[in-house]
Design a protein around this ligand. Structure first.
Ligand SMILES: NC(=O)c1ccc[n+]([C@@H]2O[C@H](COP(=O)([O-])OP(=O)(O)OC[C@H]3O[C@@H](n4cnc5c(N)ncnc54)[C@H](OP(=O)(O)O)[C@@H]3O)[C@@H](O)[C@H]2O)c1
Length: 266
């Protein structure tokens, strides 16, 4: 896929996988719009990328968990005069813990950010891509999309939504020359676990750069979705064939709260 001279809007660009997309796309000659809440982190990244690659980098601070945030972002982007060729819906967070005890407001924020903002931003930027006959939407799902996740029930459900939504859109806009891909990382070395907690980490962590490389390969091959990493991909396939109760029980064991180490004093 050609990035040179194109504009990419990346949500969740202040850290982790989003910042890795920003660095790779700028290195390939794309101009960028960075969206997240942490203005300072995005300005530092923008300065770095302007200095290293000489690209135009705009910073649009936004809390995408707020209703109507996508509209405000789209209005700001239009005012900047940027035509978005590549939309990366990457911002997201997960919460570990049992649903019955979870904070209701945080549950809503999770659905709002992981699903509603992703759909709203896609609705705002996809029609122009279709009209131009080119462009791409990258939606960051997760291996959590392939099976229910006890102790992370809402997070798993939001990612199943992202995968299903993206694969359906893929078919709708492929004839118009626009690509849509859902990327499904497994545990990845980012600040994600500062929020979700280390109990949410399953398996050996991969790097954000590996997730970006998987994305570029998937876009190049015109795939509707792609799991990052061979071990993660094998696990995702296995969940499709194993009996459902076994899949749920195994997922529950992997995400169960771990015992705290016993500390002794004196
Ligand atoms: N790390 C993993 O193991 C893993 C595995 C599978 C899937 N994923 C997915 O990968 C994506 C990126 O996560 P990451 O691993 O890179 O974690 P991360 O470093 O914590 O990045 C999350 C990004 O989302 C942004 N964000 C969070 N809440 C926001 C809000 N209300 N409004 C706007 N932006 C918000 C954060 O920026 P601000 O805090 O500045 O707003 C940050 O830039 C997420 O969708 C996550 O579900 C991660």
């Amino acid at each position: 896929m050609e990035f040179h001279g194109r504009a990419a809007l990346i949500t969740g660009a202040s850290s982790g996988i989003g910042a890795a997309y920003a660095r790779e796309f700028a290195a390939r000659g794309a101009d960028l719009v960075l969206v997240a809440r942490s203005e300072g982190a995005m300005h530092r990244l923008a300065d770095e990328l302007r200095g290293t690659h000489g690209r135009q980098v705009h910073v649009v601070p936004a809390d995408l968990a707020e209703p109507g945030a996508a509209d405000r972002v789209a209005t700001r982007v239009a005012a900047l005069g940027v035509d978005v060729d590549v939309l990366v819906n990457n911002a997201g967070f997960g919460m570990h813990g049992d649903f019955a005890a979870a904070d209701a407001g945080r549950i809503t924020e999770q659905i709002q950010l992981n699903c509603v903002a992703l759909v709203d931003l896609t609705r705002r930027f996809l029609p122009a891509m279709v009209a131009r006959g080119r462009g791409a939407v990258v939606n960051v799902a997760s291996t959590a999309a392939f099976q229910p996740l006890p102790h992370m029930a809402v997070y798993g459900a939001t990612k199943a939504f992202v995968l299903s939504f993206s694969e359906a859109l893929y078919a709708e806009v492929k004839p118009a020359g626009v690509r849509v891909v859902a990327i499904c990382p497994g545990a990845t070395e980012t600040p994600f676990f500062d929020v979700a907690g280390e109990d949410a980490a399953v398996g050996k962590k991969r790097t954000p750069q590996q997730v970006v490389a998987t994305t570029l390969a998937a876009l190049g091959r015109g795939r509707p979705s792609r799991v990052d990493g061979l071990a993660n991909a094998l696990l995702a396939v296995a969940t499709r064939w194993a009996p459902r109760r076994m899949v749920i029980a195994m997922a529950g064991r992997l995400t169960a709260p771990r015992e705290q180490p016993v500390t002794t004093t004196g």
